[in-house]
Design a protein around this ligand. Structure first.
Ligand code: HH2
Length: 288
């Protein structure tokens, strides 16, 4: 069975992994993403990078044509389509991984599914209505609802939470329920705390410490801490030197019950997730 087929069949376990954790490789076909911006704008290089990550063990590849880093500018629909569709078409021909499209625009999501993607990754928590969820439902696709507030341009302004984990949980649960009402089956819905989206470093750490509260909502949890600025804030490490911090965050997420992690450094994080997943499983056995 291919990894893609295994992912669809509830369990995201690839046969060689003892622990049920899937790796989503990040592929930004953008000039301005915070860590890999400009490296994969050329479709040939983007496809080669996607295939490389699949080779390293990624079960999913998340293709994005619009940066969401704090302060980034929106991209118009035709440009986003031009960036992602040819890359998705080529990667989807590979049966080994599920291709995801990182977009908030329903027409881009529809075109991506037609090109062979099987997952929509929405960083806007369905704030713009139900169309993305309806698109996922109509295409039989998986849907990630990621927590954020406002748009990337101004999301870091006036961040306020009384209880970050409770509020993120509530907002994600509401969005996931809306997705269900729009026709997406619950076992095709993923929730994501949105590390770095309208959050301070302390908020991100708090969320990682209490991933179990999100997992308790009953949807599969995916977490994307890879190379993000909270790691720089806590350690002083520049963006191209955050492997250790990312591995620690991946470990915490998996120990808390995350079923997938969205990362740039696929091989390294596959190792971290496998070991963390194995330890979490033993800990569960010991408690049972
Ligand atoms: N983070 C980013 C983008 N999309 N999707 C999910 N589900 N979870 C995340 O944490 C997440 C995401 C931001 O990171 P990146 O894609 O590396 O950078 P940019 O937005 O600058 O392209």
């Amino acid at each position: 069975m291919t990894r893609r087929a295994t992912l669809y069949a509830d369990s995201v376990v690839s046969s060689e992994l003892a622990a049920p954790v899937a790796i989503m490789g990040v592929l930004n076909v953008t000039p301005d993403s915070f860590s890999d911006g400009g490296r994969y704008l050329d479709p040939e290089r983007a496809v080669a990078r996607g295939l490389e990550m699949i080779e390293q063990g990624a079960e999913m590849i998340d293709v994005g044509g619009e940066s969401t880093r704090p302060g980034s500018r929106p991209v118009d629909e035709s440009e986003e389509l031009r960036r992602v569709v040819p890359v998705i078409e080529r990667l989807a021909a590979n049966e080994e991984a599920l291709i995801s499209v990182d977009t908030t625009k329903p027409p881009v999501a529809r075109a991506a599914l037609e090109a062979g993607a099987g997952m929509i990754n929405d960083v806007s928590t369905l704030r713009q209505g139900d169309e993305l969820a309806e698109t996922a439902a109509a295409g039989g696709a998986e849907l990630v609802v990621m927590h954020s507030r406002k748009r990337p341009e101004d999301m870091q302004d006036g961040i306020r939470y009384e209880d970050i984990v409770r509020e993120v949980s509530q907002e994600l649960e509401e969005a996931a329920r809306r997705a269900e009402r729009a026709g997406v089956p619950p076992d095709r819905i993923w929730i994501d705390p949105g590390i770095g989206f309208a959050k301070t470093a302390e908020h991100n750490v708090e969320l990682l410490a209490r991933i179990g509260d999100l997992a308790a909502l009953g949807y599969r949890v995916i977490v994307g801490p890879s190379r993000k600025s909270f790691i720089g804030r806590l350690t002083g490490a520049p963006v191209d030197d955050r492997l250790g911090g990312t591995a620690a965050a991946v470990t915490a997420a998996v120990m808390g019950g995350a079923r997938a992690v969205r990362v740039h450094d696929v091989g390294m994080m596959k190792q971290a997730a496998a070991i963390a997943g194995e330890i979490a499983r033993r800990r569960g056995d010991a408690r049972a």
